[in-house]
Design a binder for this molecule. Structure first.
Ligand SMILES: Cc1cc2nc3c(=O)[nH]c(=O)nc-3n(C[C@H](O)[C@H](O)[C@H](O)COP(=O)(O)OP(=O)(O)OC[C@H]3O[C@@H](n4cnc5c(N)ncnc54)[C@H](O)[C@@H]3O)c2cc1C
Length: 548
């Protein structure tokens, strides 16, 4: 269990010495911690905010090869990602799930049927499974009746996969900690310790108490995502990252109903847009913009990005008459992309990299999907630095196999629900179910989340703030109206019972969370409450204002 006592215990051990100090608790840091532990290294991970605070809880949630990268000729990246997707589908059932896609094909559209067919055949050959078919317009329309019908010739149906990205990170961190590794959220690395020109540890500050400590380590891994250049600057390295923001809109499922995902080209710039069912709502993404705002606060969608996504949706689903008034929530993430100077953000490659600079190992770039490979690459680099270290066992599964036995209370849950929970909580699921109160096996409103998940997360998953619980341990803040405000009284009762929060602390947390939701997870003020994009149901309504 990851309780406040466990946090304190870990802080008392912080002076080490450690084989490995990992800075950054996104998917990269979590995967390195996990693989290093299994390879026999004693590791500590420090995360400045919450686990998965960065890109790893703000991705498009796809576990995929990325047809876009295939189109850009990046065969290696696509091959590795497709193979990892297949592996994760087997090793993380309930967390990584198949997602069927539809790619409509219109007269004079690009890529055409033949090119798309070749791309998908290559994609499937890489995966070792034949997973696509072409359907004519008649049948295709029955699969997605709200698609723009004019000039529709048909389209491809193919398979990829989706996940809950933040839970993926949590599962890696918690499994690593259960196996003896150490991790602290809300602890920031504020400087590097160098001896003889080589990095030998770091200075860290506890964001909750303000105390500081020296953390000696044989190897320091910089897994700080889009912020990786900041630590690299301390070893005199040149800036290499181009932080690119991607933003998403979420709609109630009834307003943008889909049985499967739709991937279409945005009419303005021919970039692919994904629209798919996720956690009981419909998720739309994404954009690709230089992020000039710095990382001091949560990134958020700009009015221009929101209008761009709405414009694409209205062109593709004209009969739905979607407008900004239909948007349930938004979220944005910043990609750690290695810059090459290309003019357009979407032309930049999404390669992963491990750099060694004065003993500092920086692991950045890449994708959520390929986290395991990234961790194995880091361990290979560590092997070069630590004589006697034999390296990782590449054959081990990414996660511990799911548990096969449930307590009696689970009898009332349908098998699909249990599978979902097993995927998200792994071997902790029996404990989660055993901790559930009499009414905890109910869903929170219409979300797939159970009240039991909130209770368990508050009790055992290193929750420090209400936002950790609402935005990352569960995704209620993204899928319920106004961030779940209506249900906060019951959440508060759980937090008071499990975290010992006083009424004053709860009030403070509630206010902080709702302010954050308002500023970073809803539409920008200039669009909120207005019906931008609303028009006639044939899609020929009023023009959207120009995106800025
Ligand atoms: C909009 C968007 C869509 C995406 N879609 C997909 C997708 O569908 N599929 C896919 O496979 N990939 C996708 N990606 C890519 C994927 O999300 C990222 O490659 C991945 O999450 C990066 O993980 P990371 O751990 O390297 O970085 P992050 O998740 O950003 O983690 C870095 C962490 O370091 C912490 N940190 C920073 N400085 C310090 C410090 N000094 N001390 C301690 N901690 C610090 C931060 O708080 C942060 O939590 C997407 C990315 C974005 C942004």
């Amino acid at each position: 269990m990851f309780t406040a006592e466990k946090r304190e215990e870990t802080w008392q051990e912080i002076g080490g010495p450690w084989d490995l100090l990992i800075v950054g608790g996104g998917i990269t840091g979590a995967a390195v911690l996990r693989e290093a532990g299994r390879a026999g290294l004693r590791g500590l991970l420090v995360e400045a905010r919450d686990f998965a605070w960065g890109a790893s809880s703000r991705s498009s949630k796809l576990v995929h090869g990325g047809l876009r990268y295939l189109a850009q000729g990046d065969l290696k990246l696509t091959y590795e990602a497709v193979r990892e997707r297949e592996r994760l589908l087997k090793e993380a059932p309930g967390l990584v799930e198949r997602l069927n896609f539809l790619a409509p094909h219109y007269r004079r559209s690009h890529p055409g049927r033949a090119v798309m067919g070749i791309g998908l055949s290559l994609y499937d050959l890489m995966a070792g499974a034949w997973n696509h078919r072409y359907f004519g317009a008649g049948f295709f329309r029955t699969l997605a009746p709200n698609l723009r019908p004019s000039e529709l010739l048909g389209g491809y149906w193919f398979k990829d996969a989706e996940t809950d990205d933040a839970r993926m990170v949590l599962r890696l961190v918690l499994e690593a900690v259960a196996e003896g590794q150490r991790a602290l959220n809300y602890v920031r690395c504020v400087g590097l310790i160098k001896e003889g020109g080589e990095v030998r540890g770091a200075l860290v500050r506890d964001g909750l108490t303000g105390r500081t400590a020296r953390v000696p380590a044989r190897v320091v891994v910089n897994a700080t995502g889009a912020e990786a250049d900041l630590l690299r600057r301390e070893v005199g390295a040149m800036k290499r990252l181009r932080p690119l923001r991607g933003s998403h809109l979420l709609f109630p499922a009834w307003r943008l109903p889909l049985a499967q995902s739709v991937s279409f080209m945005h009419p303005r710039d021919r970039r692919p847009i994904f629209v798919f069912p996720w956690e009981g709502v419909t998720l739309v993404g994404t954009t690709d913009e230089d992020h000039g705002d710095g990382m001091e606060r949560d990134p958020s969608i700009s009015a221009g990005e929101a209008l761009y996504l709405l414009e694409g949706l209205r062109a593709q689903f004209p009969s739905l008459g979607l407008s900004s008034a239909d948007v349930l929530a938004t979220f944005s993430g910043v990609r750690p992309v290695i810059g090459s100077g290309k003019a357009k953000p979407s032309q930049e490659r999404r390669d992963a990299a491990v750099w060694e600079e004065q003993g500092l190992l920086t692991a950045t770039g890449g994708k959520l999907t390929t986290f395991r490979l990234m961790a194995l690459d880091v361990l290979k680099a560590i092997q070069r630095r630590l004589p006697g270290f034999k390296g990782a066992n590449r054959a081990l599964p990414a996660f511990q196999p799911p548990v096969a036995h449930w307590p009696g209370s689970a009898a009332s849950l349908p098998p699909a629900e249990l599978l979902r929970l097993a995927g998200r909580y792994g071997t902790a699921l029996p404990e989660l179910l055993a901790a559930a109160g009499p009414l905890d096996l109910e869903h929170v409103a219409c979300a797939p989340t159970l009240w039991a998940e909130l209770r368990w997360a508050a009790r055992a998953e290193a929750v420090v703030h209400l936002e950790d619980l609402m935005l990352r341990r569960t995704r209620l803040g993204l899928v319920l109206p106004r961030g779940g405000e209506e249900h906060l009284a019951r959440v508060g009762a759980i937090c008071r019972a499990e975290l010992g929060w006083s009424p004053a602390r709860w009030e403070e947390e509630e206010e902080r969370y709702l302010r954050l939701w308002e500023t970073c997870y809803s539409l920008p003020v200039s669009l909120a409450g207005k019906e931008w994009g609303a028009g006639r149901r044939d899609g020929s309504g009023e023009a959207l204002p120009a995106a800025g």
